[in-house]
Ligand binder design. Structure first.
Ligand code: C2O
Ligand code: CU
Length: 476
């Protein structure tokens, strides 16, 4: 086969905000079909240049009691005594420096879900850092290249630590000071309580593993059951939705509004995407710009319709009116369709299935291997190698009947096909949901070197082994 070296001026050495992502003399050797993918508009997502400013945050992870759900005292594990943890708001280009002190009875780490950051700051125990032992501290420090909605959570025994309340939202504001719509941040979660009303202390049960993880009997928005939120008729509101549940998929019905997804998994969409059929698997985020109808009055329920038993997530109470204010200018970003990638063979196939094994009798595997890592000391096979800068096609094949939201750390990818049918979602992702027997093709252009986790974000599946590693390396 003829091979081509991409030369100066071609899209391979992408100059983004003044930084060159990889020196062109070390650019990957690509076949023409693959090189063409890099030339599509939007094929790489530009990064904000470092501003030189530092945003400092102190976090303490510790057990505490909080007033949650319907106002009852709940024993939780929390960042700074709050569930959800404090919302960190920083600005794109700033350096975030977070000092975490671990006062939990277990080791922990923080993973910055969806962020592009240096590998050593990614929070994967036994892979990118040693676990932070009880009583110890660790400082995370990295520049925030992308404005958008992100979140953070432990990567040690997530099935327990995230469920007990350790999670928080990270909002990276754009660099400009443009006025914007009023914002609501809605962290969606659910809780499985035992008979005493406390968090059920049985984690990763056989039932959880035989199904789609731990689904609780109570769903919350920011830790509260069915909160009421005031809006005004005619008002435009940006709702940042984050699914922090261990296993539950949320499908909020926003059809009462003119509602459009303007960012998904932290990246602007290519255009406003009507928020019908909005589905958030664990890990996913969506920024939805919604306009309250000008003639609205009384209350409007936001109903979750993922399961056959719909329930009210939150109630909007229309209080007052604004004259149809114009929408703030907003950035959309072209997303490559990558239709021609359908013709490429997948570079790597990941088969998802369960097998007998593990503590609860079932373990979840990728390509026949379970990577058990919940003590923070991961034993693993050599990672799958990915070449820096090379558009790479990954295929996930769900050989099981269960749900698997597959999450890749440190990079965004684009779904190009589902069950053999080409799809163009119009947005990037870091987590894609597979239903039973689904096969999903994605394309990723790895831009950051290091060993990155690839796993199911149903935390019980994850903690029973459903994780693997990819290693992004420069071409040699
Ligand atoms: Cu939010 Cu490795 O996950
Ligand atoms: Cu799974």
């Amino acid at each position: 086969m003829r091979r081509w070296m991409l030369l100066a001026g071609a899209a391979a050495a992408v100059a983004v905000s003044g930084t060159v992502l990889w020196p062109r003399e070390q650019g990957p050797v690509l076949e023409p079909e693959r090189a063409a993918l890099l030339r599509e508009t939007g094929a790489t997502i530009p990064r904000n240049r470092p501003s030189g400013k530092v945003h400092e945050v102190e976090l303490v992870a510790a057990p505490t009691t909080a007033q949650l759900l319907e106002g009852r005292a709940l024993d939780v594990w929390a960042y700074n005594g709050q569930v959800p943890g404090p919302t960190i708001r920083a600005r794109a280009g700033d350096k975030l420096r977070v000092r975490l002190r671990n006062e939990l009875p277990q080791p922990t780490t923080i993973h910055w879900h969806g962020l592009r950051l240096p590998n050593g700051m990614d929070g994967v125990p036994g892979v990118t850092q040693p676990p932070i032992e009880s009583g110890a501290s660790f400082t995370y420090e990295f520049v925030l290249p992308d404005a958008g909605t992100f979140w953070f959570h432990p990567h040690v025994r997530g099935s327990e630590q995230v469920e007990r309340g350790l999670h928080g939202v990270l909002i990276v504001e754009p660099r400009d000071d443009e006025p914007r719509e009023r914002e609501l941040v809605w962290l969606l979660d659910d809780w499985r309580l035992a008979e005493d009303g406390q968090i059920d202390p049985e984690f990763v049960t056989r039932h959880d593993l035989a199904h789609d993880g731990r689904w609780g009997q109570i769903s919350t928005v920011n830790g509260r059951v069915r909160p009421t939120v005031d809006v005004r008729a005619g008002e435009a509101v940006l709702v940042r939705l984050i699914n922090a549940a261990n296993g539950r998929i949320f499908a909020p019905d926003l059809s009462a509004f003119d509602a459009n997804v303007v960012a998904f998994d932290g990246v602007p969409t290519s255009r406003p995407l009507p928020a019908t059929k909005l589905e958030l698997a664990p890990g996913n985020r969506a920024d939805v710009l919604l306009r309250v109808p000008a003639d609205a009055n009384g209350t409007i329920d936001v109903v979750d319709r993922f399961t056959r038993r719909p329930f009210v997530l939150a109630t909007l109470r229309v209080d007052g009116k604004v004259e149809n204010a114009p929408l703030a200018p907003r950035e959309f970003r072209e997303v490559p369709a990558w239709t021609s990638a359908s013709a490429l063979e997948p570079d790597h196939v990941f088969e998802l299935n369960a097998a007998r094994g593990g503590r609860a009798g079932i373990e979840w595997q990728i390509n026949g291997k379970a990577m058990v890592h919940d003590d923070g000391h991961a034993k693993h096979d050599p990672p799958t190698k990915l070449q820096l800068g090379r558009p790479t096609k990954l295929r996930f094949v769900n050989a099981s009947a269960r749900l698997h939201p597959m999450h890749l750390h440190g990079q965004f990818f684009k779904v190009i096909a589902r069950n053999g049918q080409p799809v163009d979602e119009g947005h990037w992702r870091d987590t894609v949901l597979l239903r039973g027997r689904d096969s999903v093709d994605v394309v990723v252009v790895p831009e950051d070197e290091g060993t990155w986790a690839l796993h199911c974000h149903i935390l019980e599946h994850h903690d029973s082994g459903m994780m693997t590693l990819v290693k992004v390396e420069r071409a040699r």
